[in-house]
Design a protein around this ligand. Structure first.
Ligand code: F6P
Length: 363
């Protein structure tokens, strides 16, 4: 009987369970067994941690957040420790994982992960383990796919937060600064800022200055709008400045970005004398039910991943190339983050509405 393995790696993300469900179902219809490794890549090391996944494990998985297999974004497999800093997973770790993969009689390992986990998957592939990737991350920062799953749900969460802040900001004539995740890419803040009617959007790709933000607030005041909504990506930074972090990178994990909203709020309050509050959306963006867009994407990704295994197309990742899901080499997806083009259509659309990116004086 054919056996395949699956694991979820890196930070959790809405839709992981929907991918697991699709993989197990599509594999079962071919008569294959699926083994799920627990706790990310660590589950492949001794003492092995895995379980056989059957139809009984699948009830309700389409809409359940998190991952039933558990995950980890630190540990012995850490391959990324900072912005584009790749490190090689030690040979003894790769060797132990390969040995266990072979002992279990697996045909292929499906790795559901973002930049960090797919970097590990590529190293395992080069070490001789047949792998297939599925692109996951709320950050939407992977090359070679138009969208990763989890992103749409994170944006929906941020838009919901902006809608709620809008009414309270307007009632109290306050400025609110909402901080989203996204690491070194501004996709979540940009999409949510446009969909949620933010007045100012701060993203890492367009470093800001306070004069521009303050001018926008004053302009709104002059128009009789006594409240302002600012959305900032956690990776946003001042012109000539650096990222705001809560903890630096260590040998087994990336730097912990965060705190920019509080910083920006304090500066705005000091410069405008307007009451300014900050809200950090944090892991609310990663929890809970995936949106319908993410559920269908996860399902298509999961089914396509099983098809790649059947074709023996290893070292590849399923990717969204509308209207199709297509295989792309994992190598094409990793290494360089997909960031917001500073003069792309989304940014131009926002600017056309008068949305300020903190690096210009808008009228
Ligand atoms: O990559 C996903 C992500 O949620 C980032 O947006 C964020 O910077 C990071 O993970 C947070 O990681 P942790 O859950 O370890 O704090």
């Amino acid at each position: 009987m054919v056996r395949i393995g699956i694991l979820t790696g890196g930070g959790d993300c809405p839709g992981l369970n929907a991918v697991i469900r699709a993989v197990v179902k599509a594999a079962a219809r071919r008569g294959w067994e699926t083994l799920g490794f627990e706790g990310g890549f660590e589950g492949m090391l001794d003492p092995l941690s895995y379980r056989s996944l059957t139809a009984n494990d699948l009830d309700g998985l389409l809409f359940r957040g998190g991952t039933i297999l558990g995950t980890s974004n630190r540990g012995r497999f850490a391959a990324k420790t900072g912005h584009s800093e790749v490190r090689r997973v030690p040979d003894e770790i790769l060797s132990e994982a390969k040995q266990n993969f072979e002992t279990l009689g697996l045909r292929c390992l499906i790795v559901v992960g973002g930049d960090g986990s797919l970097t590990i998957a590529q190293q395992m592939y080069e070490y001789g383990v047949p792998v297939v990737g599925v692109p996951k991350t709320i950050d939407n920062d992977l090359q070679a796919t138009l969208q990763t799953f989890g992103f749409d749900t994170a944006v929906a969460c941020a838009v919901d937060a902006l809608d709620r802040l809008h009414t309270t900001a307007a009632s109290h004539n306050r400025v609110f600064v909402l901080e989203t995740m996204g690491r070194y890419a501004g996709w979540i803040a940009l999409y949510a800022g446009i969909a949620g009617g933010a007045d100012v959007i701060l993203i890492p790709e367009l470093p800001f200055n306070y004069e521009s933000i303050v001018a926008k607030i004053h302009q709104r005041e002059a128009e009789g709008k006594h409240f302002t909504l600012v959305i900032t990506a956690e990776g946003a930074l001042q012109q000539g400045g650096t990222y705001t972090t809560l903890a630096p990178a260590s040998s087994d994990r990336e730097a912990h970005l965060g705190g920019i909203a509080a910083r920006v709020a304090a500066e705005i309050e000091q410069r405008t004398a307007k009451e300014t509050r900050s809200v950090v959306l944090g892991h609310l963006q990663r929890g809970g039910m995936p949106t319908p867009v993410d559920r269908q994407l996860c399902t298509r990704f999961g089914v396509s991943a099983v098809e790649l295994v059947a074709e023996g197309k290893y070292g590849h990742m399923v990717a969204l190339h509308p209207p199709e899901i297509k295989p792309v080499p994992i190598l094409d997806a990793i290494g360089k983050l997909r960031t917001v083009p500073p003069d792309g259509e989304m940014v131009r659309t926002a600017r056309a509405l008068g949305i300020c990116f903190g690096n210009e004086i808008t009228m």
